[in-house]
Write a protein that binds this ligand. Structure first.
Ligand SMILES: *Cc1c(COP(=O)(O)O)cnc(C)c1O
Length: 421
């Protein structure tokens, strides 16, 4: 154990086990470079946020231009053009029925806002409801409410006494009969179901089919349960479509967006809601106001970056890029599908994941950090979730760069893998 030299306290970092960290100085496309001059291929999009690559010129230019106009302004009683433009475009591209956009600044707050909107909606009904349903292995962020909706475990054990009760559906396996039966049972008188559509990220990059998502939505509709789609990770192309909900042909009542909303360049989040949910807060009675704000709600520079991102989606062949990246990823995975040192070799859209068989498993098993160090030492930024290695690259990544990534994964299997399940 060595005492860190820096006063900085890093996220999800056990400082007693982490030596001093490299200082990253620059980023471009899929690459980062440290102050010491080492190059790192960013194979996890800098924690799932960067979509088009680091410093896309149009996003950088938009943010710079906005800084010359207006840096920050109170967003209660005042608005600004970038926020208006982004909201209009989000309503246009989001699944049908989502008509109102509430800004905040992180995925966790987008989720908090979604949960509060759901409760606000129910408070205005004749028969209020408050119970929240969520999936096993879910992750919705690290603030108290978002943690409550997420799976319980080592990450939040210390805060357990503060977390509100959530009813949990088993993770959908196979035909997901258990999940759907549990939902049927719990749905009557539940306020809302919150789900990560198709891909559970921090829970282990677990995937489930679009039909199950659609079935969950149908059951919620039948029982009047609000459906909250947490697309903080899956939004903006990761699963192969702009939003994962599209693949199930569903429109949620509440949609949470963050990470890729600004192309991953600046912190910005949005929670979209239906007319009914907005209407439940629309009243000359001030006590029905939606009481939520954060200082930087709809920061103009972040909104300008998001507006540039949405223009990129309109004017560049992003959808084709994502399709091509999915195919490239699938090709690279082929070599691992029959490798008995791996299990659960999987892909959804642009994201791949595979579980390395190691003697010691689970998030706290030392293998996660050991693997991350191994990869970093070879110039690849990957951060496995326990023994789950995943590749979540920015869409600008090229085939030769993906080869570098999968070569180090193969090398890691040779060093750390075992044939025992
Ligand atoms: C990352 C993530 C969040 C939290 O977003 P932050 O911006 O880190 O607060 C919420 N939900 C999902 C599905 C995520 O992947």
């Amino acid at each position: 154990m060595t005492t860190p030299k820096s006063p900085v306290w890093h996220p999800f970092t056990q400082h007693a086990l982490t030596p001093d960290m490299p200082l990253v100085a620059t980023g471009e496309g899929a690459w980062l470079q440290t102050q010491g001059g080492d190059r790192l291929l960013d194979a996890i999009s800098s924690w799932w946020v960067i979509t088009h690559g680091h410093r896309h010129p149009r996003i950088v230019a938009a943010a710079k231009a906005q800084l010359d106009q207006l840096d920050q302004v109170i967003f209660a009683g005042y608005s600004h053009q970038p926020a208006e433009d982004v909201a209009r475009e989000l309503v246009r591209i989001a699944p049908p029925g989502l008509a109102h956009v509430f800004y905040s600044d992180s995925g966790s707050t987008a989720v908090e806002v979604g949960l509060k909107m759901a409760l606000g909606y129910w408070r205005a009904q004749a028969k209020p409801r408050h119970r929240i349903l969520a999936l096993e292995h879910a992750y919705h962020g690290d603030t108290i409410g978002a943690m409550a909706a997420g799976a319980r475990g080592v990450f939040n054990a210390a805060y357990e006494p503060l977390l509100f009760d959530v009813e949990r559906l088993p993770f959908p396996q196979g035909a997901a009969a258990d999940t759907l039966a549990a939902l049927e049972k719990l749905a009557p008188d539940a306020a809302a179901l919150i789900v990560e559509p198709l891909l559970l990220g921090a829970g282990g990059m677990l995937t489930y089919p679009a039909e199950i998502l659609a079935a969950m939505k149908r059951i919620c509709e039948k029982h009047g349960v609000l459906f909250i789609a947490d697309e903080v990770l899956t939004g903006f192309g990761r699963t192969g479509s702009l939003f994962a909900c599209e693949q199930a042909g569903i429109a949620p009542d509440i949609l949470c967006l963050a990470k890729g909303l600004s192309g991953g360049v600046l912190p910005l989040a949005a929670t979209l809601a239906t007319e009914e949910i907005f209407a439940a807060h629309f009243s000359t009675d001030r006590s029905r106001t939606f009481f939520h704000s954060s200082s930087f709600t709809a920061n103009p520079v972040a909104c300008a970056a998001a507006r540039a991102n949405l223009e990129i989606w309109k004017s560049e062949p992003v959808t084709d890029r994502i399709k091509a990246l999915g195919l490239l990823q699938e090709e690279r995975l082929a070599a691992f599908r029959h490798d008995r040192r791996f299990s659960q070799v999987r892909r959804i859209g642009t994201v791949t994941a595979l579980d390395l068989k190691v003697p010691d498993r689970g998030y706290l098993a030392g293998v996660g950090p050991d693997l991350a160090r191994f990869f970093a030492g070879r110039g690849i930024l990957l951060r496995p979730l326990g023994n789950t290695i995943y590749v979540l690259p920015p869409y600008c990544v090229i085939p030769s760069e993906l080869d570098l990534v999968y070569d180090v994964i193969a090398a890691a299997a040779a060093k750390f893998g075992s044939l025992q399940a």
